[in-house]
Write a protein that binds this ligand. Sequence first.
Ligand SMILES: [Zn+2]
Length: 90
Amino acid sequence: MAHIQACPRYPVAKLFALLPPKFIEALEQNQKIASCCRHPENHDIEAWYSSEAEAEKGVPDIYKNHCTCGRVHVRFMVGGGDERPVWEVR
Ligand SMILES: [Zn+2]
């Protein structure tokens, strides 16, 4: 099933106030990825729903970070208790 876009691609630097700190820290502290990819302040982020059922809830469950190098780092949200920010671009 195709994923459904929830929030448009947008610079992380403009969403710092909105994004949970662990979204940033998880990339900064990941020793397995390229050094550029550990600088989420340079990334764009977009939010997705994995299915129509998720879209109906209005709560994104997939976040994709686009690094300047072209790599995409995907964060899957499972279960409750985690903050799932949404944003709009005007
Ligand atoms: Zn990178």
